[in-house]
Structures are given as C-alpha cells and as structure tokens.
Unconditional design. Sequence first.
Length: 442
Amino acid sequence: MIPRYSRPDMVAIWSPESKFRIWFEIEAHACDALAELGVIPKEAAKTIWDKGGSATFDIERIDEIERETKHDVIAFLTHLAEIVGPEARFVHQGMTSSDVLDTCFNVQLVKATDLLLADMDALLAAIKRRAMEHKDTVCIGRSHGIHAEPVTFGLKMAEAYAEFDRCKTRLLAAREEIATCAISGAVGTFANIDPSVEEHVAKAMGLQAEPVSTQVIPRDRHAMYFATLGVIASSIERVATEVRHLQRTEVLEAEEFFSKGQKGSSAMPHKRNPVLTENLTGLARLVRGYSIPAMENVALWHERDISHSSVERMIGPDATITLDFALARLTGVIDKLMVYPERMIGNMDRLGGLVHSQRILLALTQAGSSREDAYRLVQRNAMKVWDSYQVAGSASVDFLTELLGDEDVRKYLSEEEIRDRFDLGYHTKNVDVIFERVFGES
C-alpha cells in the first residue's frame, strides 16, 4: 500500500522484519515442544532461542538466498542456520512451509484486527458524541433523494453508531475465526510431528489449533475475514456518501471541516469540496474488492496448491492497511464535521409545509374519508405547492393555507385540527426511545 493511505503501526505488522520474527517464533516454539517430547535435545532448543531470539535478520541476505533457492521459507531457514549454527538442524522438524506461512499470516491478521478494533472504538466514540450533540437538531429526512418527513441529525448519527457497532461485532467474530494455527506437516496428517506441538505453538502464539488442516489452513476462514472487512468498508462508504450529499451547494446542511490555508480547487478559489469523504468512497471500493479473490482462494487443489499465496501476499497488507486508514479518516471527518441547524430548518421550510402531508392524510381517514379520497385531496393541494417550488426554488404557495381553503378538506377537519397536524415536535417525540435502544441511555 502506498504511504499516502498508510499508518505506521499497521504497516509495521506487514514488514519483512515482523514477518521473519514471527516465522522464527513459530519455529522456536515448535522446537520447545519437540524438546519436551524428546525429539530434539533441550539444549538445542535453548540455543535456537538464545541465538535467534536476539538476532536481527538480514533481509537482503534472505533475499539473496531466495534468488538461488526460489523458496522463501528455505531461504529464511538457511539464514537462520547461519545465525544459530549446528543446532539449526533441529529446526523445522516434521514441519512443512505452510505450517509457518499460514500460522504467520493468521498471527498478522489477528494483530491487524486488534488495531482495527481500536480504530472502531475511536470511531464509535466520535459518532456517539455527535449524536448526543445533535439529538434534537431537526432536519429533513429524504427518500429517493426527495424531502420526506422530519428526522434529527442525531438520529442520522445514531444510525451510524448502530451500524458500526454491528461492524465491531462482526470484526470480533472474524478475529476469532481467523485465529488458528496449523503445525501438522505435509498434507496435514501429523505423520512426522506430534499434534501436541501444534497445541503448544498455538497457545504460545495466541491462537487455537486448527481442528483439521490439509497442508493449509482452510481458506473459507480467510474468505469470511475479508468479506467482513468489505462490509465494514461499505458502511464507511454509506456514511461518507451521506456527508457528500449533505455538503452539496444546494443542500449544505453539513460539510467537512475546511482548515485555514486549505485550497479546494487549483482553478476556482471559492471551492470547498468533500475531498475526504470522496477519498473514503474510493478506498471502500478497494477494500470491498479484496473480498472476491479471498473467496476464490477457498477452492484449492486437493490438499494444497499455492494459487492463494500471491493473492494473500497482496490483499492481507493492502486490505488491513487501507481499512485502518479509512476508519481513522472517517473518525476525523465525524469529529470535525461542520453542522448547520439553521440551514436544515431553512431547507425543510422551502417546501411550504409539505413534510406534514402524511399527517393530514391520516387525519382525513380517521375523520371518515376513504384513503383513496383522502390521498387525492392531500395530493391535489400538495401539487400546487410543489409546482410553485419548481418555478421559484422555494415554495410561494403555502400548504397549510391551501388546506384551510379547501372546502372538501374542511368537510372533515376543522382549522384547529389541520393546524395541529403541522406540529414539528410530533415527528421527534420518539427520539429518546431510539437513543435508548442504541446507546442504552436517553
């Protein structure tokens, strides 16, 4: 992943230094278990830890060996032997390359997930703060992009909070599913290594032993993991898209923070563009896209092939690094988001009270009108307001006035009954109920 969309803690997990250190730990823990079984001398296991544990692995040297051997694990083991000496002959006893590669990959994914979970907690905290701040900030709800009925901006934030809380639950489940270890040897039969070695390495590395592996850990686990990252990315995109819509000039109910000295356009000095949320939309596409090759990795030949390997070397770092960056960026957007309550009310009022049309419809049916007749009467008056809005960009005809002057409507509803249906507070009376459901508090 390019530095522009990377954060150092996540990048470090996928560095060659980190990878080779994990490889060493897997091998050394296996040696400890083998020593307990009497397969190798205990002094050899100690020497391997003493010399390898304090070593700085030479990445260039490993690469040099791999250019000759054409095998990355053998290159590492050869370099380790250069460091450890004769006792290195006891390393990798009964193991196969996938034991090291797959276990390491899952260790890296678990470490990456822990960072993503911390990102999620920070995002949830930011969303909750803004939700509480704007719990009663009334704005128009939209369906199909068209004014519908009033909501509050706090409810928009509460919806985002609940969504990312579900994402966190999914991510925790994905972490558990991916946290397995395989030290089962060629084709996974434990023919040349005792199953207790796998149990020991798994515990030492913070994993669970894979119940049954072939020569690889089953890739349905990884498919679910990357699919979960894709769902989280889609949730990021949903919130980003909402911000982008709200920042449109014709709407401008909220916008990204625009810092002093920031420039929006190289050509037009007036521009303040939603560049961060547009960026998030693009990054979400990438993360979501990684789920497909992860699913295609499930169907390997027989006990193993390496068609998954090249895919995972790319999507493992890229998906987690990108999502880590995106979650942090979205947290910043939410934290500094500029919200304009007056603009929200102004936009809602531009339609001359049409947002109350359903209340009039229901009142008419409750007063004895058929639903069909009630709909016709309300729509007849509403379209007069709508037509005036289309011409002027703000309704010059008032919905309440039209209803009060409609004799057919007045057969069912008094002036007071009509006016009562234009109470804005009616639409927000259950906000506390929703907040209690989401946050456990009113």
